[in-house]
Write a protein of this length. Structure first.
Length: 142
């Protein structure tokens, strides 16, 4: 059985801490770790210049790829198999749930708060959505 753990990250201190937990768990259980970053595409309703939109998106994509590079570098210390995934969309929580449903994950390990624009009293909006809609166990790391 090829077990997999999903670790969604956004580069925040909290998500990087949860990544450390996911890497420890992956090394103990001898699983593949999939590190996922979701680029939340901002609504460009009032932007009149496509050139400006392209420039913003290129900057966001570079930042996301830099975060994935840092994550894979950290994983080398654990001797685990790591895969990375980069997705884009309007709602990170929904995108993560969709990705979970289309792939066979045994566990999800994620931070309680990220860099998202909306906050809930206890959990961030993305972790809250994943926790309540995932059909596989979710470990929320504070």
């Amino acid at each position: 059985m090829n077990s997999k753990i999903l670790a969604p990250v956004d580069g925040s201190e909290n998500s990087m801490g949860s990544l450390d937990h996911a890497m420890i768990l992956s090394s103990k259980l001898n699983t593949t770790l999939v590190i996922l970053i979701v680029l939340e595409v901002p609504p460009f309703v009032y932007v009149q210049s496509q050139k400006l939109v392209n420039s913003i998106m290129m900057d966001l994509e570079k930042e996301a790829n830099d975060i994935l590079e840092i994550c894979t570098g950290r994983a080398k210390n654990y001797g685990i198999t790591v895969e990375t995934m980069f997705l884009e969309g309007q709602n990170a929580g929904s995108i993560i749930i969709d990705y979970i449903e289309k792939n066979n994950f045994d566990y999800i390990v994620m931070g309680s708060r990220g860099r998202g624009k909306f906050k809930h009293a206890i959990l961030g909006s993305v972790s809250h959505r994943v926790l309540h809609h995932s059909k596989v166990p979710v470990l929320i790391v504070k």
